[in-house]
Write a protein that binds this ligand. Structure first.
Ligand code: ADE
Ligand code: ZN
Length: 324
């Protein structure tokens, strides 16, 4: 089974490129850019990756992203993730990036997006890996700030497939971003949002009904509402679930407690993803392997999860047929 997991060609729909920054590259870029980081060595970094909830992770994750300065840095970061895609047999990936984490430090939007794009073009040419880019608004910041970011993105419209919403969920409900999502939709962007990672089902309802999103990122709290479960099943709204992340951020106490198998058995359109793999102990295959080893996933379950990812992806229908 582990061999099957490794061999299956897979798609990934929930991956923060800044969350693929491995400590080795963090040190290399800190040196290259003359940036101070609060760690003595790689082991010191890994020891700091001990999280109690989402916020405790985000504090460290944003600090790590400070080493990213030049277009080459963003290109190197993305290139390293692409090498992991090759290792994990990921043939299509949909990558989140957080422009505000960088523009707030004086790095231009253009620097970030052109660096990422260059590595993705190379990925297609060298490895045949297809991809798209999803720009996330940081929900702990204001809607006004999100509007500024959307306006910057308009110059790169053809490079960005969708907009999303991430960062500190509790206290920052989807409704806070109603107007900016409306404008993004008018501009032709597809829409996704993190919802129901830590917060209750009202955040998932708002993401669906106020923001009008097409995919829910995480969504594992859905299980707390029968009514919502029925709707998600009926409408087959994709959930991009990130098992390792949920364990590392203490959404579930341990793997045996994870509810993905229940969601799948109920008939929801569930997918498996790595979220921030450099911080959460492993890339996509490791997420599948951990699920298999702890939740007794069958071969059919694994194949369904992989098919769901291709079906729920933003690739055009013709290519989708080729992939499935
Ligand atoms: N940014 C990076 N990873 C995230 C997560 N799991 N939830 C919210 N925001 C994030
Ligand atoms: Zn995420």
């Amino acid at each position: 089974m582990i061999d099957l997991i490794k061999r299956l060609p897979k798609a990934e729909l929930h991956l923060h490129i800044e969350g693929s920054l491995e400590p080795e590259l963090m040190f290399k870029l800190a040196k290259r850019n003359n940036i101070q980081i609060p760690y003595k060595n790689i082991e010191d970094v890994r020891n700091a990756y001990n999280f109690s909830n989402l916020q405790s992770f985000l504090d460290i994750y944003y600090a790590g992203a400070n080493v990213l300065i030049t277009k080459q840095d963003f290109c190197d970061l993305t290139h390293e993730y692409i090498l992991k895609c090759v290792e994990n047999n990921i043939i299509h990936t949909e990558i989140f990036f957080d422009p505000q984490s960088h523009t707030s430090r004086g790095i231009s939007f253009e620097t970030v997006i052109t660096g990422i794009k260059e590595a993705l073009a190379d990925a297609k040419e060298k490895y045949g890996i297809t991809s798209c880019i999803i720009m996330c608004f940081l929900r702990h910041l204001s809607q006004e700030d999100a509007f500024k970011t959307l306006n910057q993105a308009l110059s790169f419209k053809s490079d960005i497939t969708a907009v999303g919403l991430d960062s500190s969920e509790l206290g920052n409900p989807p409704k806070k971003f109603e107007e900016v999502f409306k404008k993004a939709k008018e501009q032709g962007f597809k829409l996704v949002a993190h919802a129901g990672e830590e917060a209750d089902v009202s955040y998932i309802y708002e993401a669906l009904d106020v923001l009008e999103i097409q995919r829910i990122d995480h969504g594992v709290q859905s299980i707390k509402s029968d009514e919502l479960m029925k709707r998600l099943k009926k409408e087959q709204i994709p959930l991009t679930v990130c098992p390792n992340s949920n364990i590392e951020l203490k959404v579930f106490e341990n793997y045996k407690e994870h509810n993905i198998k229940k969601l799948l058995d109920y008939g929801l359109n569930v997918t498996v993803n790595s979220d921030d793999p450099a911080y959460f102990k492993g890339y996509l295959n490791q997420n599948f392997i951990n699920l298999y080893e702890n939740l007794e996933l069958s071969k059919e379950d694994i194949i369904t999860l992989v098919k769901n990812s291709f079906n729920s992806s933003f690739i055009d229908e013709k290519l989708k047929k080729e992939y499935i």
